[in-house]
Design a protein around this ligand. Structure first.
Ligand code: FE2
Length: 339
C-alpha cells in the first residue's frame, strides 16, 4: 500500500517555489520565435549564444534560459527560489551534511547561486534573488500567443518515485495529489508544492531523471487557445502534442506543445486550487479509475509517456512499467476493433 511521508513543516531551509529551467537548443532564432510568438514570453536579455526569457507578469529576470549548441538538446539545470540569502547558506550546510555535491556557481542576472546534485544526479540550483525587470501585465498591445504570465511548474520522469517523494518532502515540499496503480498499489506519481497551488515539481514514472515538461500559466483558457492559433500561424501547428483538455489532478485545463527541439512545454490557465491550509490531505488517484473521473479528452499519445529531455551529463536509470496505462494509440485501436 503506497504511503506518502508526513509533511515537514519546518524544513532545513526555506524554498519558496520553482523558478526556472535552462535548456539547450539547436537554432536560437527558431526557438525565440516559438517562445515569444506561441507562449508570448518576453526576452529579458540576449548575450552571445544565450537568451534569458520571462513571462509577462514576472519581475524576476528570467524563468527560461536558452543556450544555442550544435549538440543534442538537453536540460542543463532546473532552478528554485529560496526566501533569503541566509537560506542559501543553510541549504549549503544541509546538502553537505547529506553528502550531496553542492557548490557555489556564477549565473548571470541572478544572485548567489548554489548548484546541487540531488540523490539521483539531477542538476538543481537555488538562488534568492534576480535582477528586477518591469511587469508587462498591462501592456496589452504586446501580448502574442498565450501571453504566458509566469513559470508554473515542472515535471520529471523518475526511476524511483517513492525515493524522490521522500527527498523533496524532507525539503519541505507537500504532496497535493498522488497516483497509485496495480495490485500492489504502487506509487506511480506525486504532485508536490511549496507555493500556494498544487504543484511546483511533479514526479511521474519513466527512465530518469529526465525533464518531462515545464509549464507556464496563462490568464485564461482563451489565452491557451490563442497559443494554439499562434502555433498554427507561425508554422508550429504540428507541435501541439496533447490537448486542449482537462486534467483530473488539480482540475486544470492544459495543452502540451513540443518546442522546435522536442522539449515539452505545457500551457495551463492559472490553477483553480489554492493550497495553503496545512490540514489538507494529499488526494489519492487510482491509475485504473482516473479516466472515469472528472477529466476529459483523449488519452495521451504514447510519445507523451515515453519522451522526455535528458539532463546534460546524466545517464537515466530504467523506469517502472505502469500497469493499466492506456495510450491514445491503444484507445483508438480498441475503438476501431469494437466498431
Ligand atoms: Fe504539468
Amino acid at each position: 500500500m503506497a504511503t506518502i511521508p508526513p509533511p515537514v513543516f519546518y524544513p532545513p531551509f526555506n524554498i519558496t517555489r520553482v523558478s526556472y529551467a535552462a535548456m539547450t537548443v539547436n537554432d536560437m532564432e527558431r526557438s525565440l520565435r516559438f517562445y515569444t510568438r506561441v507562449l508570448g514570453l518576453v526576452v529579458s536579455a540576449r548575450e552571445g549564444n544565450v537568451a534569458w526569457l520571462r513571462g509577462i507578469e514576472e519581475v524576476g529576470h528570467h524563468s527560461l534560459i536558452l543556450r544555442e549548441t550544435t549538440e543534442e538538446p538537453r536540460c542543463e539545470r532546473i532552478g528554485f527560489r529560496v526566501l533569503t540569502e541566509l537560506e542559501l547558506d543553510k541549504a549549503h550546510e544541509h546538502f553537505q551534511a547529506q553528502g550531496l555535491h553542492a557548490a557555489w556557481v556564477d549565473r548571470p542576472h541572478q544572485g548567489r547561486t548554489l548548484a546541487v546534485r540531488d540523490p539521483y544526479d539531477m542538476p538543481v540550483e537555488f538562488c534568492a534573488r534576480m535582477t528586477l525587470m518591469p511587469r508587462r501585465t498591462i501592456e496589452t498591445d504586446h501580448f502574442p500567443g498565450a501571453a504566458a504570465l509566469r513559470f508554473d511548474h515542472l515535471q520529471v520522469h523518475s526511476a524511483d518515485i517513492p525515493g524522490a517523494c521522500a527527498f523533496w518532502t524532507s525539503l519541505g515540499f507537500r504532496t497535493s495529489d498522488y497516483v497509485v496503480a496495480g495490485p500492489e498499489d504502487t506509487l506511480t506519481g506525486v504532485f508536490m508544492h511549496r507555493k500556494d497551488i498544487p504543484w511546483d515539481i511533479v514526479f511521474m514514472p519513466g527512465p530518469g531523471p529526465r525533464l518531462h515538461h515545464f509549464a507556464y500559466g496563462t490568464p485564461s483558457v482563451q489565452d491557451m487557445m490563442k497559443a494554439c492559433d499562434a502555433a498554427g500561424i507561425h508554422g508550429f501547428g504540428q507541435l501541439v502534442e496533447r490537448g486542449p483538455a482537462r486534467h483530473n489532478q488539480g482540475h486544470v485545463q492544459y495543452t502540451y506543445f513540443r518546442d522546435p527541439d522536442g522539449h515539452r512545454v505545457e500551457i495551463i490557465p492559472e490553477s483553480p486550487k489554492q493550497m495553503l491550509d496545512l490540514e489538507q490531505e494529499p488526494v489519492r488517484w487510482d491509475e485504473a479509475k482516473r479516466k472515469a473521473t472528472m477529466d476529459w479528452g483523449y488519452p495521451a499519445p504514447q510519445c507523451w509517456y515515453d519522451d522526455a529531455t535528458p539532463f546534460a551529463g546524466v545517464t537515466p536509470k530504467p523506469g517502472m512499467v505502469v500497469p493499466n496505462r492506456i495510450s491514445l494509440e491503444q484507445y483508438l485501436a480498441a475503438r476501431a476493433k469494437a466498431s
